[in-house]
Design a protein around this ligand. Structure first.
Ligand code: ZN
Ligand code: ZN
Length: 260
């Protein structure tokens, strides 16, 4: 499989995944035109995309989904509970392209997809992809983690994991109203750098060797802070970045293409 983050963070999220037999996007939180531009940077034409998988209805994940699906006649996959709200936002998409799944596992040609329900303030799913012994997970917009989530992503060689906010920056920041701060830090909001570090510890112990810190808040985190804070936390757990695990940070711009 090959995978690349084409956009990550508060302003839009989009990840491209391909195997030998299928090419798909996880979320299109950019305009359709911008999504197409970014696909062309990696020599992928929009017509080649087989499917769009949606995590949840927030605009930073679906901004361009309706237009892209409509323009290029592409199916959109989301869990039935996500579609319950999505159907009012994706109004151009004809019913034949509104694909919902109710089971946790389904196939996109040669890729086995596991949908992982995560606590967020609307129905929301992470995804794991398995193909030829490789396992990749994408987990963002996670209010809190639990054993079920960890069990689902365990054994992934590569994990795109939310590190949304630094606790102090969120607490002391002047721009967000208190209610929003509570929403972000609450059990149905987002993962902090601390929570992300603890999950990475478990992931490394289960064999993960590459983590990409994702969905960083523009207001309440920075790439340098997320990286250094989490690397230091991991050191406390006896895990050395660069030795036991490699950590990258996804940005609003296209990142590294990983091959597994
Ligand atoms: Zn989001
Ligand atoms: Zn969200």
């Amino acid at each position: 499989m090959r995978i690349i983050s084409l956009a990550s963070g508060s302003d839009g999220n989009m990840t491209y995944v391909e195997s030998e037999k299928v090419k798909f996007l996880v979320d299109i939180g950019l305009s359709c035109a911008e999504a197409v531009k970014r696909l062309k940077l990696i020599d992928v034409q929009p017509e080649e995309i087989d499917a769009i998988l949606v995590t949840h209805e927030h605009n930073d994940h679906i901004k361009g989904v309706d237009a892209f699906s409509y323009k290029y006649d592409k199916p959109i996959f989301a869990h039935k509970s996500v579609w319950d709200n999505l159907k009012f936002k994706l109004i151009k998409t004809p019913s034949k392209n509104r694909r919902f799944f109710e089971t946790d596992t389904f196939n996109l040609r040669d890729v086995v997809v596991h949908a992982v329900e995560v606590p967020h303030d609307v129905p929301c799913f992470g995804y794991c992809f398995e193909n030829n012994g490789a396992k990749i997970s994408i987990l963002t917009d996670v209010g809190h983690t639990n054993d079920r989530i960890l069990d689902s992503i365990r054994g992934s060689q590569l994990v795109y994991l939310e590190a949304n906010y630094d606790k102090t920056m969120l607490k002391e920041g002047k721009r967000y109203p208190l209610a929003l701060k509570h929403r972000i830090a609450g059990g149905r909001g987002h993962l902090s750098n601390d929570e992300s570090a603890l999950l990475i510890k478990y992931l490394v112990e289960s064999g993960s060797r590459q983590i990409v810190l994702s969905h960083l808040s523009r207001e309440n985190n920075t790439p340098d802070l997320a990286y250094s804070y989490i690397a230091e936390k991991l050191r406390d757990y006896g895990i050395i970045e660069g030795v036991h695990v490699k950590i990258d940070v996804a940005s609003p711009n296209p990142g590294t293409m990983f091959k597994l």
